[in-house]
Every structure is written in structure tokens, then in C-alpha cells.
Design a binder for this molecule. Structure first.
Ligand code: GLY
Ligand code: MN
Ligand code: MN
Length: 451
């Protein structure tokens, strides 16, 4: 990632918000237990604009009516005593040399300098739901108001940052797509290894740990979100993250897991037999979900929305449920009543990027669906979930949960499935289940994956 990319993003954001001051704080460490913290995760917007990886920093951008731009970073000051405990800090002296900013100051100067930065500007954009920042702004603006007779504009127009930066983050740049392709590659290794390791008696926990380890290879940053490793009926819990049950012969294993690279997420689900061979009932149901996904791929093109794709996917799944005599009535009647939602309760896709559910808008200012365009990245994840005891569902399908999820990049030539190398056809999945873990891991040691 070159510095000019960050500078360009900052410039575009200042244009989008109409100038004035933009304030974007990074993340802080979050306490896990007394004297210990969770691993640090940078705020996605801050990362997008600066690339800076330390906690407790704040970016303040400003653009005045003459078009003059200032880029200021507030950050942790160097402190050898603290650095001995928690690691080296960049510090305000070095920061302008290596980061896409003009000036840098220690955090304790933020309150004082903010008043000077805001004076003369009428517009200010920040996360209006951030209470700490709101309090600081209230105090700062009060300070400007009471500053005697100086005839300076002060912010009257407060804007929420999220819709502006969300819009920018929708279409990915080439450096972002590269990170997502790398995340897809590590995600492939993880899923292949899981297929190889899974066997009756293996615990979901072992597979979860293996995924985390493999997602951390080379420049991987571990799992982008808590992996879902759900054997048997655990797959019916959509966000199952306990991952602590033994896998049973004859069950399916649903794994929803993706690697993170340079803060960009992979998000992939595969469902496969613990013993390596689908029963015919499992295979039939798996094929229904796979066909629904293929049907969805067929509708992906520039100018359609994620809602359109969801609608087509629901129709495909719904028709299959009618064919299997689980739902009664016509397709249109069932679509109208949404009867299928009992078995397919989630959406078919979401934006994907720095956040696994990327925070870009789904509706534009006129409440129209945002349409697929070159560079947008999203998931496609149909599924079916049948609880035990549902008399409308054939006995051999009760207790099954199947989801298949891939990561898609829209290009001018059509959709590109970034995660297509992860086995998915019945035969491919069964073959991948027969592979030994050693063969999968050998690939890792033979040459770098992420060239
Ligand atoms: N892994 C969360 C999701 O698929 O949306
Ligand atoms: Mn997922
Ligand atoms: Mn997803």
C-alpha cells in the first residue's frame, strides 16, 4: 500500500463531505481481564485512511474554503518506560516521515489543538455516535464560543461520518483486492486442512485451532471473525462459536471461517461429511443449496442489487422446498408468505472488506438499492436449516444445516469468485476429505503462498 493511496482517500473523503473538519479516531485496546487486553484490532475507517496500526490515535483532516488541506495525527507519545511493557511506539516526531499526514502531536494536545483546528470551519464530520468524541466536541466548541470577539466561523453543521466513508469503501481499489485475494488463499488452505483433519472423534476445537494457525501463516492475521465450526445439529445455530463438541460419524460439519490479511476479511462456508462421504440424503440436500448458489451466480452482473440476488436465491430454495413437499402451495404464494424463512432465515449476501460485514450502504440517498458495480466485493451464502421434530421435513433431513458461502468481486467482465479454489462440488469435497493433513500442509512449506 503506497502512501499516495491513503492521501487520495483522505482527499476524496474531504470532497465527499464538502470540506471542513473530519475527525476519525482509531481503536483503543479493550480490557479482557485485570491487567490484560484482547488482541488489538484497528478501527476499519481509521485503517482505511491512514494504514496506521497503533492504538489510541486520532486523524484530523481539514479543508478550508481556499482548498487548503491539513492532515494531522494525534498519537501516543514515545515513552521508554511504557514501551518496555507494551511495545515500540512511533511517536509524533517520526510520524510525518512515515505516515500520510503533515503534522503529528501527542494525544494530550488533542483537546487544545482541536479548538484551533475547528475555528474558521462551519462543517465538522465525525462519528456522531461516539460519546467520548461528542463530549470532547461539546467542550471544544464551547471554548471557541467564549473566545472573545474573534470573528471566526465555528462548526454549526455536524455530519455523521459513516455514510460518507461507507460509500467510499464500497468499491475496492487494487491494493484492497490484492489483500482480499490473499485472504482467500489462506482461507482455502484452512478449509482444505479442515476437510483433511475432520474425522469421527476429532473435536470442533482442534479444527478451530488449526484454522486460526493456518490463517496466521505468512502475512495472515488470523481469523477475520470467530470461526464457526459446527458439527451435526450445531450447524442449526447460525452464529455457533462454542466449537467444543466431538464430531460424529455420519454427521455433516459446517465451517464458516475466513482469514484476515492487512485487515481485509475472507468469509467462506463449506459443509462436508465428517467421515468423508455424503449419505444420499445429505448429498441431495447439499446439491439443492449448491444449485441455489449457482443460480445466484447466474444473476450477478453490474446493475443488479444484493436484494435482487437474494430474491432469486429465495425463489430457487423455495421451489426446491415445494418439490420436496416441505412447503405446500405455489411458488408465488410461498414467496408472498415468506414461508421458506423458517428454513432459510438469513440474507444471501453482504458487502465484504475491512469488516466481514462491511459497513457500506445497501440503499442510496433516494432509498434505491445500491447496485453491483466494478470493484464491489460481497458474499453469496445460501443455506437450509432443518430442526428435529419438524414433521413437514423428511426424517433424514431433520437435524441438517447446510450453508455454502463464497466471496465475489464484481468486475466489468462479470463476477469473479475469489474463493473458487475451495472444494465445493460433491466430488471435490469428498476428495478433499480423503487428503491427508500432511499433503495440505506440505504446500505451505514448499513455497510462499502469498507471492
Ligand atoms: N461469517 C458471517 C457471515 O457469513 O455473514
Ligand atoms: Mn460466513
Ligand atoms: Mn457472510
Amino acid at each position: 500500500m503506497i502512501e499516495t493511496d491513503f492521501l487520495n482517500r483522505q482527499n476524496r473523503l474531504l470532497d465527499l463531505v464538502g470540506g471542513g473538519v473530519v475527525i476519525v479516531p482509531g481503536a483503543s485496546l479493550v480490557q479482557k481481564s485485570h491487567d490484560t487486553e484482547f488482541p488489538f484490532r484497528q478501527n476499519s475507517d481509521f485503517k482505511y485512511l491512514t494504514g496506521f496500526k497503533e492504538p489510541d490515535a486520532t486523524l484530523v483532516l481539514s479543508k478550508n474554503e481556499d482548498g487548503e488541506i491539513k492532515r494531522i495525527l494525534f498519537l501516543q507519545e514515545k515513552n521508554p518506560e511504557m514501551e518496555m511493557w507494551t511495545g515500540i511506539r512511533l511517536g509524533s516526531e517520526k510520524a510525518p516521515e512515515v505516515l500520510p499526514i503533515d503534522e503529528a502531536y501527542p494525544n494530550h494536545e488533542l483537546g487544545r489543538r482541536l479548538g484551533e483546528i475547528l475555528s474558521g470551519h462551519q462543517k465538522c464530520t465525525f462519528n456522531l455516535f461516539n460519546n467520548d468524541l461528542r463530549n470532547l466536541m461539546a467542550k471544544t466548541v464551547k471554548g471557541i464560543n467564549s473566545r472573545g470577539k474573534a470573528k471566526l466561523h465555528r462548526p454549526l453543521n455536524w455530519q455523521h461520518l459513516s455514510p460518507y466513508i461507507g460509500k467510499m469503501r464500497l468499491q475496492k481499489e487494487s491494493s484492497e483486492i490484492l489483500a482480499m485475494k490473499q485472504a482467500a488463499k489462506l482461507t482455502e488452505v484452512g478449509h482444505r486442512a479442515a476437510m483433511a483433519l475432520a474425522n469421527p472423534g476429532i473435536n470442533e476445537k482442534q479444527i478451530n485451532e488449526l484454522l486460526t494457525y493456518l490463517f496466521s501463516q505468512e502475512n495472515g492475521e488470523g481469523a477475520a471473525y470467530d470461526s464457526i465450526v459446527a458439527g451435526g445439529e450445531n450447524a442449526l445455530i447460525l452464529h455457533y462459536i462454542n466449537n467444543n463438541c466431538a464430531l460424529n460419524d455420519g454427521d455433516l460439519l459446517l465451517i464458516d471461517a475466513g482469514a484476515q490479511v492487512n485487515t481485509y476479511a475472507g468469509d467462506v462456508t463449506r459443509t462436508f461429511p465428517v467421515n468423508g462421504k455424503f449419505t444420499s440424503a445429505q448429498r441431495d440436500l447439499y446439491q439443492i443449496v449448491l444449485d441455489a448458489q449457482k443460480n445466484a451466480f447466474g444473476h450477478m452482473k453490474k446493475g443488479v442489487s444484493l436484494s435482487d440476488i437474494h430474491e432469486h436465491t429465495c425463489r430457487s430454495l423455495c421451489q426446491s422446498l415445494i418439490d420436496a413437499k416441505i412447503l405446500k402451495g405455489t411458488l408465488d404464494e410461498n414467496m408472498e408468505s415468506k414461508s421458506f424463512r423458517k428454513y432459510y432465515p438469513h440474507g444471501t449476501g453482504h458487502w465484504l472488506g475491512l469488516d466481514v460485514h462491511d459497513q457500506s450502504p445497501y440503499l442510496d440517498e433516494d432509498l434505491n438499492d445500491v447496485l453491483l458495480d466494478e470493484g464491489v466485493t460481497f458474499t453469496c451464502e445460501p443455506g437450509l436449516y432443518f430442526p428435529h421434530g419438524d414433521r413437514d421435513v423428511p426424517k433424514e433431513w431433520q437435524g441438517l444445516g447446510i450453508r455454502i458461502e463464497d466471496d465475489i468481486l464484481m468486475t466489468n467482465e462479470g463476477p469473479e469468485n475469489l474463493t473458487r479454489a475451495i472444494p465445493k462440488e460433491v466430488k471435490e469435497v469428498e476428495e478433499a476429505c480423503q487428503a491427508t493433513l500432511d499433503t495440505v500442509l506440505e504446500k505451505l512449506s514448499s513455497k510462499p503462498l502469498l507471492a
